[in-house]
Write a protein that binds this ligand. Structure first.
Ligand code: G6P
Length: 491
């Protein structure tokens, strides 16, 4: 924080994301209850905003039938100790269908994850996407207290926003972070509006991805489809005389995570989870925790549990695989199908291997709050992250952060950005069921001393490269460019 104040004295920080950090739900009794959404983006950015302060502009979850700004649209959060302002923007059902469900989640999400779900591109969705980006650009301009704010634009819902803000506020410093993978140039070329999207993103001062590979893929796409100058050494693109710095900034979590402060001991967490799931004392626990998304490889890891029990029947009645899955985007066919496929597969595996008092798979389909998530992490012998493709994956880092006892084994997909940093995990290819089953067997037998060695190294990485560093690096890069621009304007 101190470094930031030195690099960036007297600035206004604004964040734009689709998902808001606090979902306000009304209970049946009419009270307001708050929920932290299951979103890697929110887990990462919320601690940063608590430290930096400023304004976070996001789509207000739930519906509101007004267009004018009233007191519910500008809130100070977190409610108990307000640190920053949440400005909620309301979208109509048609806007949500076209922008969020349509272009963002049926178009860009499968396009960028290359998880073999066909991206759908409809002209109406694109229109809604553009209109919603413009709506947020107008809110940024209206909320900005000065002509040169620092605006942090988040994710694939807002590819056009950087250019729109740049046009309206030429002196703004725009830092855009793309939280999901960027595919190779040829794959990206499927998108009918590829030029507009790249042009929109190049309105940014700094454009960040999780990995060097995603940066290179973006530069390839730019090279193919845009008339621009690319400096691969510097990692920058010059389009119509303006520079954008393209760099990897691997996202992370806060250290130590706030949710850890209220947790019981490891033994208490184990007892609680065993009791809740009705497990015998000697049953070992493997967990998977995420949104119910087809990119996460949930079916693949269940298939590996089946393979483990077939190849290594000695684990029967000795292991429970707990899959906590938060329903998400259920309105879309691909998500709805995943949920029913997963229920069917879990039932089939439980029928094949289960015994009177034991079943191998516990599929718990609901939102889990932070306290429950960390309790599961602390109760687990093994945590499985088997994404078919993932920008970073913060579950892997949260598991590591949760284990202050330096025990527990992480089984991690080589296709998650996190595998670049957490190389002491057991790295697997989730498409290779047998290899994943073998990794489970290795994890379950790993001696405590080896678990400790691996966990220590991974904990060092997450501690050092925490989310404040992620944010600080982008802000420091942007601050240098900002100073350079000020000097150029004077000469
Ligand atoms: C990913 C995306 C985020 C998104 C989150 C949850 O992490 O990169 O932008 O917020 O998933 O998805 P949802 O659609 O519920 O916001």
């Amino acid at each position: 924080t101190q470094l930031l104040h030195e690099e960036l004295p007297d600035v206004e920080i604004m964040v734009v994301s689709n998902r808001e950090p606090y979902i306000h739900n009304r209970t049946p009794e009419g009270e307001i209850s708050l929920q932290l959404p299951a979103s890697g983006l929110v887990s990462a950015l919320e601690p940063v905003m608590r430290t930096c302060g400023g304004t976070w502009i996001a789509h207000g979850s739930g519906s509101a039938d007004h267009d004018t700004v009233d007191e519910h649209d500008r809130l100070r959060v977190p409610p108990a100790h307000p640190e920053y302002t949440l400005r909620r923007v309301w979208l109509s059902d048609e806007e949500i269908d076209g922008h969020y469900y349509g272009f963002s989640n049926e178009g860009l999400w499968p396009l960028c994850h290359t998880a073999f779900v066909r991206p759908l591109f409809r002209a109406e969705d694109w229109e809604a996407y553009r209109a919603v980006n413009q709506k947020f650009a107008d809110v940024v301009v209206a909320e900005a207290g000065r002509e040169d704010p620092i605006v942090l634009v988040q994710d694939y819902h807002f590819a056009l926003l950087p250019r729109m803000i740049r046009n309206a506020l030429p002196k703004a410093t725009i830092i855009t972070f793309w939280h999901i993978p960027w595919p190779n140039g040829e794959t990206f070329g499927i998108c009918p509006w590829r030029e507009e999207i790249i042009d929109g993103l190049l309105g940014s001062t700094v454009l960040g991805f999780h990995t060097r590979q995603h940066c290179n893929n973006f530069l390839d796409a730019t090279d193919r489809f845009m008339e621009s100058r690319i400096d691969r050494e510097q990692g920058s693109v010059i389009l119509r005389g303006r520079d954008t710095l393209i760099r990897p900034y691997p996202i992370s979590i806060e250290w130590p995570p706030a949710a850890l402060a209220t947790q019981g001991s490891i033994a208490e967490c184990r007892r609680a989870v065993h009791a809740r799931l009705g497990l015998a004392d000697d049953v070992r626990i493997a967990v998977g925790i995420e949104r119910f998304d087809y990119t996460k490889g949930i079916l693949d890891r269940m298939a590996a549990v089946h393979d483990l029990l077939t190849q290594h029947p000695e684990w029967k009645e000795k292991i429970a695989f707990v899959q906590a899955a938060a329903p998400t985007r259920s309105k879309l066919g691909a998500y709805d199908k995943l949920q029913s496929d997963a229920v069917r597969l879990a039932d089939a595996i439980n029928a094949a291997h289960g015994t009177a008092g034991w079943k191998p798979i516990h599929l718990v389909i609901r939102h889990h709050d932070q306290r429950e998530v960390y309790e599961l992490f602390r109760a687990a012998d093994v945590c499985v992250v088997s994404s078919l493709h993932d920008g970073m994956n913060l579950v892997a880092k949260e598991f590591v952060a949760a284990r202050d006892d330096e025990q527990g084994v992480l089984v991690l997909s080589s296709f998650a950005g996190a595998s670049r940093e957490l190389s002491e995990a057991l790295i697997v290819n989730p498409y290779d069921t047998r290899a994943m089953a073998d990794a489970f067997a290795v994890a379950l037998r790993m001696p405590e001393s080896e678990q400790r060695d691996r966990m220590r190294l991974m904990r060092d990485v997450v501690r050092q490269r925490n989310v404040h560093r992620w944010a600080a690096q982008m802000l420091i890069d942007a601050a240098r460019i900002r100073r350079r621009e000020t000097i150029q304007a004077l000469t």
